[in-house]
Design a protein around this ligand. Structure first.
Ligand code: FAD
Length: 278
């Protein structure tokens, strides 16, 4: 069942101004790996919020690669959304990943809960009605952390797709069997859009404590053991993390996955090495 899945990368706007040039260097080099698309995250309320459009515009206009700008319900009023969509389209960006977003640390529960668009589906419905943007959405092989069950999460995923999402990107996962069992359920619910498997290379032990624990993704014993063995040596850990991600991707390809989405973390060397091995 092996086929050539599409390849995509995710980048984020760097926090420090002096790191900003690096992202363009990353993107120029990453373009040589021929991804079908590159997406750029959005952090509500952060000082880098406006940078998503600038980066997405560079991807689309300079590199002529399908740029996907993330947008979130959190931090966007209807008026903000209209302005943002106009700016995206003026920048040549026609594709967004429509998300609910998480509560930023500085935001109170009251502010978070009074957002105008409540769920990603509300955002998708609005964008479908008022713009010609192509819409992608997020999904969670191990269920979204707030959802009482995978079945309920999948019901809402179906609503999101029916509202106009034409492709999905998964939360990172480290156990392919979770993804395969999720996909069986997705297809059984007649969700037929392409699903891009989110792969996060774990190249430092610290990543497990931050990114991974926030994602709610489970950590298989093999990955935990690998960190216990190599975690103290920077280069050995990086190599072991790449090897784990490569094995995950090869197995996904053998199982006929629609797409591989690499959470690049703006790391060029790691992204290149993985792409050279898959
Ligand atoms: P939704 O689809 O709205 O789902 C959120 C929860 O609500 C789920 O539990 C769902 O089951 C439930 N739900 C949905 N509809 C209903 C309903 N009608 N009634 C009751 N419950 C419902 N965050 C950022 O801030 N910026 C980013 O750039 C970013 N990029 C991401 C990229 C990817 C690929 C992924 C997987 C996540 C990303 N996130 C980002 C994180 C994301 O914003 C969070 O995971 C957020 O908590 C959920 O977003 P969502 O769009 O999946 O939400």
């Amino acid at each position: 069942m092996s086929k050539n899945p599409s390849l995509s990368f995710e980048v984020f706007p760097p926090k420090k101004e002096e790191e900003f040039d690096n992202i363009f260097e990353f993107l120029r080099e990453a373009a040589k790996l021929h991804p079908a698309s590159i997406s750029c995250t959005y952090g509500a309320g952060g000082s880098r919020a406006g940078k998503t459009i600038e980066i997405a515009s560079f991807i689309q206009k300079e590199l002529q690669i399908d740029a996907i700008a993330h947008i979130t319900c959190v931090g966007f009023t209807r008026a903000d959304l209209e302005k943002n969509c106009e700016a995206l389209q003026a920048a040549g960006v026609n594709h967004v990943l429509a998300l609910r977003g998480d509560r930023p640390q500085h935001m109170t529960d009251e502010q978070f809960n009074s957002r105008e668009f409540f769920f990603a589906t509300d955002l998708v419905k609005y964008l479908k009605e008022h713009t010609s943007l192509q819409l992608s959405g997020a999904c969670y092989p191990e269920k979204h952390f707030e959802s009482p069950s995978l079945e309920e999460d999948l019901r809402h995923l179906k609503e999101k797709v029916d509202a106009g999402v034409t492709s999905l990107v998964t939360q990172m996962f480290f156990d392919n069997s979770c993804f395969y069992s999720f996909m069986e359920k997705v297809r059984a619910m007649d969700i037929t859009v392409p699903v891009h498997a989110g792969i996060m290379p774990i190249t430092t032990a610290r990543q497990l404590g931050t990114t991974v624990s926030l994602s709610g993704s489970s950590v298989p014993k093999e990955l935990a053991d690998l960190i216990a063995t190599y975690g103290d040596d920077k280069e050995d850990m990086r190599k072991a993390g790449i090897d784990y991600a490569v094995r995950q991707i090869r197995d996904l390809k053998e199982h006929g996955v629609d797409g591989i989405h690499i959470y690049s973390m703006n790391k060029l060397k790691t992204t290149k090495e993985i792409c050279g091995l898959i």
